[in-house]
Write a protein that binds this ligand. Structure first.
Ligand code: AMP
Length: 397
């Protein structure tokens, strides 16, 4: 039986787990959702049967239950050779993935104030696998690490400098693992090396961000201190005037309530009044629901503005790359966003675009486009598996 790599992604109420073989081919994935609630459930991709979870199951319970189920189904008969964890925030401490030990775990704990909803739950997953597999090397791969190369002009806000010095208030950026994968994969498809390839990478899922990558290095990105800044997203507003807080405070809405609204009731959901799901929005718009059509219009226009903004960090552009559930699957969003950028020379081929580049190595631009436009499925789990095996074999625990 081949040795396995385990990849773990703990969200606030969910847990995703993937098993790779030692050649980084995915063997299975498993998912637990609605954790810590009465209707917690789990399933393994390869099997028809749901996995039984006790009501109110925690991340730890879900993890050990899923690992036992993977063992029972002979998907992961032996202990893994390495475990990779997605960790949301690495602050300024982690510029790349890190082998987990008491010291690096303490440093991740120190970053928790920057991501209070995410890092503690990531750490719970780490603690659970460390007690299940005390002698297996474990690695943390950070959403923020790829963006630690941003120059000060891109990461500093125009605020009193003490805010940065005393409280580390700055742009961190997120989705780094996905943007890193785009840099590698776009270079490969273009027959270039990542270190000489410059792209704009648009990750458009329920969360959305866009990154300028110059010669393989992140030089600007749209998400900021938190994942709220930048593009319009499923339920997040993206950029708003910071004066909104004072304006709404006058109406009796607290900072906490406004933050909640900006994160969970805004974006496509807030604009349409119906849904945060792009597929459903497109259906609604096609049936004449005007707020949904407007939500898509605003989403695409903000995206186009940010493509333009990312150009300021580049001296050349080898491709504009779309990824994430919307970026990979919505020909309409790609077409509508790029229709605003004709002045910059982006031209899309509607047939290639409708096929999502399936028969053209992901290429969807027309022959007269100034720049290639690529559609590339993201694979953050693969990056985490690769990093886990690279660090586990290069350093002793
Ligand atoms: P993600 O967070 O990457 O899973 O992306 C979720 C988003 O992708 C949701 O808004 C989905 O509606 C959207 N999505 C997935 N498939 C499609 C599709 N075929 N067309 C348009 N949007 C899609």
């Amino acid at each position: 039986m081949d040795a396995n790599l385990l990849v773990i992604n703990c969200g606030s109420s969910s847990l995703k787990l993937a098993v790779f073989d030692s050649r980084h081919r995915k063997q299975a994935s498993a998912l637990a959702e609605r954790l810590n609630s009465n209707d917690a459930f789990a399933r393994i991709s390869a099997s028809e049967q749901p996995v039984q979870l006790p009501s109110g199951a925690s991340h730890e319970t879900a993890l050990s239950t899923l690992i036992n189920a993977l063992k029972d189904q002979a998907i992961m008969a032996n202990d893994p050779i390495a475990i990779g964890h997605r960790v949301v925030h690495g602050g300024e401490t982690f510029r790349e993935a890190a082998l987990l030990n008491d010291e690096s775990i303490a440093a991740i704990e120190d970053c928790a104030s920057l991501a209070p909803l995410h890092n503690p739950v990531n750490l719970a997953g780490i603690a659970a696998t460390r007690s299940l597999y005390p002698s297996v090397p474990q690695v943390a791969v950070f959403d923020t690490a790829f963006h630690q190369t941003l120059p000060a002009r891109a990461f500093l806000y125009a605020l009193p400098e003490a805010y940065y010095r005393d409280w580390a208030v700055r742009r961190y950026g997120f989705h780094g693992t996905s943007h890193f994968f785009m840099a590698q994969e776009a270079a490969r498809r273009l027959g270039r090396t990542p270190a000489t390839t410059s792209i704009i990478s648009a990750h458009l899922g329920n969360g959305c961000s866009i990154t300028a990558i110059r010669d393989g290095i992140s030089v600007d990105t749209s998400m900021g201190l938190t994942p709220l800044e930048g593009l319009v997203m499923g339920t997040r507003s993206g950029d708003v005037d910071p004066g909104l807080f004072d304006f709404l405070a006058d109406k009796g809405i607290s900072a906490e309530e406004i933050t909640e609204v900006l994160n969970t009731k805004s974006g496509l959901l807030g604009l349409s009044g119906q849904t945060n799901d792009m597929r459903s929005l497109c259906d609604l718009a096609d049936h004449g629901h005007e707020p949904s059509a407007l939500a898509i219009d605003i989403f695409c226009f903000r995206l186009a503005k940010y493509v333009g903004a990312m150009m300021a960090s580049l001296t050349s552009l080898d491709a504009l790359v779309f990824t994430g559930g919307i970026g990979e699957n919505s020909a309409r969003v790609r077409q509508q966003a790029l229709s605003h950028l004709r002045l910059m020379g982006f031209q899309i081929d509607s047939e290639l675009n409708e096929a999502h580049g399936a028969y053209s190595q992901g290429r969807v631009e027309s022959s007269d486009s100034r720049f290639p436009v690529l559609v590339i499925p993201t694979d953050e789990e693969l990056v985490i598996a690769r990093e886990a095996s690279r660090l586990a074999t290069s350093s002793p625990v």
